[in-house]
Design a protein around this ligand. Structure first.
Ligand code: WT7
Length: 630
């Protein structure tokens, strides 16, 4: 890349080789976005072509109405590169956490066969088109195989992040009514084996799950219920490695993925087969510049949307190699991630600002030992990347050579919607850049909005909750404008900078949580009268939660704090653990009784507290300040 003023551009060499390198696509797309997406969609394989590209019945809309498709056909037998060309090429490189274990490599042909075998096994268990299947798996190849097997037979996958607690799993299984759950005995995390089967057993209590399929990974001892547990390897043994794809309507559901919204309960975002496939394919191709020989390492766990789209679907649709790593990026050595890039010759590295800041903290000297000669592109996702982290990443990892795409999107959008394209630019540290061609964005009163025709991959609803769908996304600016809940502004070049969420969502190490769900967990404790949770800035994780609690009863404070930490872990998972719990006498409230979280936040940012006269108890603020200082 080269610098011109405060903007960066791809070099002539990069531009020439890039798949999208002509500014004209922006004009073409803006002129008629529907026609533009249609043109892109035509490159994929459809059993039957759509009748109408975009149908809008606010707040609902459809893409490629009447079209028939299967995402796995587009990955395998009908891949745009031609299946014969990719058959023997590596689809997946899987790097296990233990360094003495060998990576597992699957070619497209091998992956196809594994997917078909498991698809047939699921059919044998009675899974039919439209049925929801829970997937509670860590970063092992079977998470990908399971997702694809569901998609093959038209079942709707519901992946639940493996570090989520049994209660979090239960809510998702209950909401979707899944009858099958796929899990594992255990997996490695920093040398320890996590017994996931135990969590799965707790999580399925009170759900409709009839069978639990267990992948053998760590070989740890697990509880076993003969009548309802099945080993994955035994199940697929006798299955044929051929399985016809289910012909899916473009608008049929491909998956449900839960995410935190402004209230306490997670929302199941629903994604449709046709539109998602088109967006996953093209955003990956143009944003990561996926060439035949690309090796993409997206570090996200498939339990999050980033993993769905850019660890699994997008690279495979593009016929390139995807890299999946089981463990933590800094284990057993702080530069494990760097070693993996070099060992597997990754050409694209896509990770979160939290990870970047952690790599920097672990030592630039260590990073400088690595040349990263194979890398040609870097990506960032999940939270705003500050200028300092951007520059460090660009210099120390990208060696000032690789374009750095800062990609903005959400679980709801299914794929990236805002980022400058690497072959075109421009790039500016701290700015996510230009909307993807065909995406119309508007910023009104600092609110980031998306205008019709939105994007093919945008969510179609919240599972079984049309009211929440309408309220959350289509009520602030009317039924025709998608409200992102992010604040943003544009610079004079039209580049967009994301400021952050305007609701109670906090991003902890790039993971989406709401203060509401944490408060709900804390309020379950019998000794708590009331509580407030806020996100405060953190040097590495971006944001971390802290809790303020008012106690009743006589239990020692330390004991209550310990119990609260355990409670949050049990209700949500370790990622949600508050960094600090402050026991206070009262919370600042308005006269109508509303807790003023905004004021609590200001106590940490050093900002002026402003007018406290609307508070019923202004003196509470100083009392809390003293407690924080301690
Ligand atoms: C929220 C969505 C993006 C997929 C993974 C996260 C924040 C996301 C960026 C970025 C600034 C970003 C937004 C968004 N966010 N990407 N590049 N710059 N903020 O999906 O968990 O649904 O979270 O993440 O606040 O609304 P998610």
């Amino acid at each position: 890349m080269f610098k011109k003023g405060n903007l960066y551009f791809p070099t002539e060499k990069f531009r020439k080789s890039a798949l999208a390198n002509d500014k004209k696509i922006y004009q073409e797309a803006a002129k008629d976005p529907i026609k533009f997406w249609e043109k892109l969609a035509q490159q994929l394989f459809w059993f039957e072509k759509w009748e109408k590209a975009f149908v809008h019945k606010p707040p609902y809309f459809q893409w490629f109405q009447g079209g028939k498709i299967n995402i796995t056909s587009n990955i395998f037998e009908k891949n745009t590169l031609g299946f014969n060309k990719i058959k023997n090429k590596t689809a997946l490189i899987w790097e296990p956490e233990p360094t003495n274990e060998k990576p597992r490599i699957l070619t497209y042909d091998e992956l196809f066969k594994e997917v078909n075998k498991f698809a047939n096994a699921l059919k044998k268990l009675g899974v039919k088109k439209g049925d929801r299947v829970g997937i509670y798996l860590p970063m092992i190849p079977e998470v990908m195989i399971s997702m694809l097997a569901c998609a093959r037979i038209g079942a709707v996958h519901v992946v639940v992040f493996s570090a989520f607690s049994p209660s979090a799993l239960r809510i998702r299984l209950q909401d979707t009514g899944a009858k099958i759950l796929i899990t594992t005995d255990g997996y490695y995390r920093r040398d320890k084996v996590i017994n996931l089967k135990q969590n799965a057993d707790d999580g399925v209590k009170g759900t409709k799950v009839k069978k639990v399929v267990v992948v053998k990974r760590a070989g740890n001892k697990i509880p076993w219920q003969k009548d309802r547990n099945l080993w994955y390897h035994e199940l697929i043994k006798k299955q044929s490695d051929q399985c016809d794809p289910e012909v899916m309507d473009s608008e049929d559901l491909l998956f449900v993925l839960y995410t935190s919204g402004s209230t306490g309960t997670p929302k199941g975002t629903t994604h449709a087969c046709g539109g998602y496939t088109v967006q996953a394919y093209w955003t990956g191709k143009w944003i990561f510049d996926l060439h035949k020989d690309s090796i993409l390492w997206c570090t996200s766990d498939p339990g999050w949307v980033t993993g769905h789209t850019y660890t699994v679907y997008s690279p495979l649709l593009n016929g390139v190699t995807t890299l999946m790593f089981e463990g933590a990026p800094n284990w057993p050595t702080p530069d494990r991630w760097a070693q993996i890039i070099e060992k597997h010759k990754a050409t694209i590295f896509y990770t979160a600002p939290t990870a970047i800041r952690m790599f920097e903290k672990l030592g630039t000297d260590l990073v400088r030992k690595h040349k990263f000669e194979t890398l040609r592109l870097l990506g960032s996702v999940g939270e705003p990347i500050d200028e300092a982290a951007w520059k460090w990443y660009f210099k120390e990892v990208g060696k000032e050579r690789c374009p750095l795409v800062d990609t903005w999107w959400q679980t709801e959008t299914g794929g990236i919607l805002i980022t400058s394209l690497p072959g075109i630019g421009p790039f500016k540290p701290g700015f996510t850049g230009l909307p993807f061609p065909g995406v119309k964005v508007q910023i009104k009163q600092e609110n980031l909005l998306i205008l019709p025709p939105f994007a093919p991959g945008l969510l179609r609803g919240i599972y079984k909750n049309p009211k929440k769908y309408l309220e959350t996304y289509w009520s602030q600016y009317g039924k025709k404008v998608y409200f992102t809940s992010d604040a943003a502004y544009k610079d004079k070049n039209g580049l967009i900078r994301i400021v952050g969420r305007v609701d109670d969502v906090i991003k902890v190490a790039g993971h989406r949580l709401t203060t509401g769900e944490l408060e709900a967990a804390i309020n379950l404790h019998p000794d708590i009268t009331e509580c407030a949770v806020i996100g405060i800035p953190d040097k590495i994780k971006g944001e971390v939660p802290v809790a303020f609690v008012v106690l009743k009863g006589k239990k020692p404070e330390l004991k209550v704090k310990e119990e609260l930490l355990a409670l949050v872990r049990k209700q949500i998972g370790p990622i949600a653990k508050p960094k600090e719990i402050y026991i206070v006498k009262e919370l600042p409230k308005t006269r109508s009784g509303k807790i003023m979280r905004r004021i609590l936040r200001k106590l940490f940012t050093g900002k002026e507290l402003g007018d406290l006269s609307t508070l019923a108890n202004p003196e509470s603020v100083e009392a809390i300040r003293k407690i924080i200082k301690k």
